[in-house]
Structures are given as structure tokens and as C-alpha cells.
Design a protein around this ligand. Structure first.
Ligand code: NAD
Length: 447
């Protein structure tokens, strides 16, 4: 099928590469021309380990092509997926990119006199957006019949290819049968996957429910950690491990225990970040509140999460006293490993707080180089090129991201480089047996 992808970010480019590899003819457009030039030259514009080879392959065999012009994309395709960003502005969803993309698409459909063109919203949008904002706009602008769907994306950064190629469900919210059939054909390869065929609003709410649920597990774990930390000797990780073993969570199949992937969300830490959980929980609770619906649970998810970086800074103060002019080492800047995404990263939130306390911050992340921090000019920290450089002369190290490279850290390394060899493990990621007493503090546990 000939399909266009509008917006070549984490979701758009992953979708483009994967659909092209499944045999579709895909054209990708982004208003960021530098991004398009990179893709055309077979270079990933962001880090997603498993996609580079497939990008090279699909561009080389012609199944994936790029364009700098939306008109060219519309002219040569029968439908397109809108994959632009939907950030938050004043705690509500900011639809600027979606509205702009829709306007450009509509104009091109009209100028190309395309009949029955199918527009598919892949971006995460608040329930009723598509029916109340996008549909009336398209009806007003288009003289030709068209189709409209909401098909949310559920991939996780860091394992985008794996998630896209092994979906647990495909949700299709559509206005009519022909729009639905078009999407079914795009995803024909996944015919054994559960298909949830529904209306636009249900599809929109499914995505928010997914993200709210997993955020809730993280905040729940952090609330348990807050309690465990006032009881010396109680390790939150053990408490939650016991919970996960419950047969209503871990099932037993022919004597083999099947531990669900949600165990990675039932862990205390420095809180969730990234481009989805924080903004999506905030946007849906704000939508509910605009309709006079109370959301105490969703409010608590955010409240507990916002507290996590502050908690780390308080722990630092309890170890070092005043943080004025103290040299702090931040290990990990991305919101999770295997991505270069720093959006709403807890590490950046903590750096802001350390700055307010006049600490001197050094940071190292295996994926982050100077060009990435340009967007964060308000943050004043020294970006290092190695763990060792980051630890040199430091008075406290804090692990924010569980990059596998950090597994090698132990007391010996801390002592070799740091002025005061102490580390806070914000993810409970390191082997505590490799640390001397009073060198290692773990979130969710007080000796
Ligand atoms: P992103 O910021 O990485 O990418 C968005 C892209 O859209 C950018 O390259 C931008 O230049 C481009 N763009 C903006 N306006 C445009 C326009 N008018 N025309 C063409 N291109 C335009 O965003 P993302 O992380 O890929 O997320 C996209 C959507 O998918 C969001 O709604 C997000 O909530 C949702 N989502 C994201 C993830 C994730 O893990 N990142 C997972 C599931 C769903």
C-alpha cells in the first residue's frame, strides 16, 4: 500500500521504517528539513538502537522514501498517519502541531483533488479531539470524500522495533467502514494480533488509560518506598518482589512462572519522565477537570512523581549538609536507558534543584553529547565524556538512569576518583555488595 507518514519523530520514523520493511511503499515527511535530509542519507535522527540497519535497508530498496513537501506525500499515497508531537502547554494538550499538519494535509488533498484519502491520527490526542476538532475542520476544507481514523501507538522508546513488530493490540477508531478497512490493510501483517475496532473517542481514551495505568504503578511503588524508608531494614525492592510473585500477577504455566513485564514498573526510583507519561497523565486529568470530573488518583500519580527529584536532593542534603559549592555527579540524563530522549527527565529536574542550592553539577550519559544539551540552556552543568571524568573530585554521585555501562561502578571506582566516595542509587540498579558500608544509599531502603 502507498502510505504517508507526517512527522518523523520517535513514533513517525519507527512506523515508517517498520511499515516499509513489511512491504508497503512509505513516504515520510517532516517539517524539520534537517531531519528529512538525515533520513534520506540513511542516518537515524535520534537514537533507537535496532532501527539503523532497517532504515538503511528500506531506503536502499526504495520501500521508504522521504520528501520535503507534504504535497508530494499526498499526491503519491492513498492515506497518511499523522505522527506529530502533542506536548502540554499550561497543563493541557497543545494541539498546534496536529492542527498545522491537518491543515497542510487538507490543503494538499484539495489541490491534488484526491478522493477517499484516509487520514489516520497516530499522535496521542485527548478524547473527542478527533471528532470535535479534526473532523469538522476536514469537512469544511475538503470537497472530496475522505476517511478518518485514530490508531494510537503503544511503542516504548529503547525497544521501538520490538514493540512495533510484536504489538499486543491494534486499536482502530474510525468514522466509517472504508477508513477501518484501509487501516486493517496497513496492519495486515499482524492479523493474529487482537484487533480492537471501535469509535474515535474510545481509541483516544485507550491510549491515555494505558499510560495512566503504568504511571500509576510507578507512583504506587514510590509511595510504598516512602513508607519503607521510615522503617529501618525494610527494602522496598523485596516488598514489591513479593507482590509481583502473587499468582494474580505472576501466572504459573505448566510449572513455569510467567513474570509479567509490568514488574519493571513496580519499582521505586527517581520517578517517571519521558515524552509520554508525565504529559499524558497531566493532559487527561486536566481534560477531566475541565468537565468537572474529579481525578484524585491521577492527581496523586503526578504529585508523587513530582516529589521524586526533590526527594533525591533532600537525601543529598542529609548526606552532605549544605549543598553550596558541593560537587555533585549525575549519572544518566535520559529518562530511561537505550534512548537519547531527555524530555521531562527526572535527572534534569534534579539538576534544576541542585542549581537552586548552588551545587556544582557534573553529568555523564552514554548517549548525550553537547549538541543534545543545547535545548536545555537554562541548566548550567558540566557535561562529561566518561563516568571517571564525571566522578573526579566529586562529593556525591547519583545514578538516575540504569544504563548497563553503570553496572561496573563499585566502591573501588568511587574511591579512585571521588573526593567523598558516596553514591545514591536512584534506581536500585547496582549490586550493593560491591560497595563498602556508608558508600552506597539506595532509594527505597534505609539501613
Ligand atoms: P517527536 O517530537 O519525536 O516527533 C514529532 C515530529 O513531528 C518532529 O520531528 C517534528 O518536527 C514533526 N512535526 C511537527 N509539526 C509538524 C508538521 N506540521 N508537519 C510535519 N511534521 C511536523 O514526537 P514523538 O515522540 O514521535 O511523539 C509523537 C506522538 O506520538 C505524540 O502524540 C506522542 O504522545 C505519541 N507517542 C509517543 C511515544 C514515544 O515513546 N515517543 C509512544 C507512543 C505515542
Amino acid at each position: 500500500m502507498k502510505v504517508g507518514i507526517v512527522g518523523a519523530g520517535y513514533v513517525g520514523l519507527t512506523t515508517a521504517i517498520c511499515l516499509a520493511s513489511l512491504g508497503h511503499k512509505i513516504i515520510v515527511y517532516d517539517k524539520d528539513r534537517e531531519k528529512i535530509a538525515k533520513i534520506k542519507n540513511k542516518k537515524m535522527p535520534f537514537y533507537e538502537q535496532s532501527l539503523q540497519n532497517l532504515l538503511e535497508e528500506t531506503i536502499s530498496n526504495g520501500s521508504l522514501s522521504t520528501t520535503k513537501y507534504i504535497n508530494e506525500l499526498i499526491k503519491n499515497t492513498d492515506g497518511c498517519l499523522i505522527c506529530v508531537g502533542t506536548p502540554t502547554k499550561n497543563n493541557s494538550i497543545d494541539l498546534t502541531q496536529v492542527i498545522e499538519a491537518t491543515a497542510d494535509i487538507a490543503q494538499s488533498i484539495e489541490s491534488n483533488k484526491k478522493s477517499n484519502y484516509i487520514i489516520i491520527l497516530r499522535s496521542t490526542v485527548i478524547p473527542t479531539t478527533t471528532r470535535q476538532k479534526i473532523l469538522p475542520y476536514l469537512k469544511e476544507k475538503l470537497s472530496q470524500p475522505f476517511g478518518l481514523c485514530v490508531v494510537p501507538e503503544f511503542l516504548r522508546e529503547g525497544q521501538a522495533l520490538e514493540d512495533f513488530m510484536n504489538p499486543d493490540k491494534i486499536v482502530i477508531g474510525s468514522i466509517d467502514e472504508k477508513s477501518k478497512t484501509f487501516v486493517e490493510k496497513i496492519f495486515e501483517h499482524f492479523k493474529n494480533t487482537m484487533l480492537i475496532s471501535t469509535n474515535l473517542e474510545t481509541a483516544e481514551l485507550i491510549k491515555y488509560t494505558n499510560n495512566s495505568f503504568f504511571s500509576m504503578l510507578i507512583s504506587f511503588s514510590n509511595e510504598i518506598a516512602n513508607i519503607a524508608e521510615i522503617i529501618p531494614g525494610v527494602d522496598t525492592f523485596n516488598v514489591l518482589k513479593a507482590l509481583i510473585s502473587d499468582k494474580r500477577i505472576t501466572t504459573n504455566f505448566n510449572g513455569t512462572k510467567i513474570v509479567p513485564a509490568l514488574e519493571t514498573y513496580l519499582m521505586p526510583g527517581c520517578g517517571f519522565g519521558g515524552s509520554c507519561f508525565p504529559k499524558d497523565v497531566q493532559a487527561i486529568l486536566n481534560y477531566a477537570s475541565s468537565k468537572k470530573i474529579k481525578t484524585p488518583l491521577l492527581n496523586a500519580i503526578i504529585e508523587i512523581n513530582d516529589e521524586r527529584p526533590r526527594k533525591i536532593v533532600s537525601l543529598a542534603e542529609s548526606i552532605l549538609g549544605s549543598l553550596q559549592n558541593k560537587h555533585i555527579s549525575i549519572l544518566g540524563l535520559t529518562f530511561k536507558p537505550n534512548t537519547d530522549d531527555m524530555r521531562s527527565s527526572p535527572a534534569l529536574e534534579a539538576i534544576k534543584l541542585f542549581q537552586e542550592k548552588n551545587a556544582i553539577v557534573f553529568a555523564y550519559d552514554p548517549m548525550i553529547r553537547n549538541e543534545y544539551v543545547n535545548d536545555n540552556k537554562s541548566l548550567n552543568f558540566h557535561l562529561c565524556n566518561s563516568i571517571e571524568e564525571c566522578l573526579t573530585n566529586s562529593e556525591l554521585a547519583i545514578l538516575f538512569t540504569n544504563w548497563s555501562e553503570f553496572k561496573s561502578i563499585d566502591s573501588k571506582l568511587l574511591k579512585m576518583y571521588m573526593k567523598n566516595p558516596v553514591l545514591i542509587d536512584g534506581r536500585g540498579f547496582l549490586n550493593e555488595n560491591k560497595f563498602e558500608k556508608n558508600c552506597y544509599f539506595k532509594i527505597g531502603y534505609v539501613e
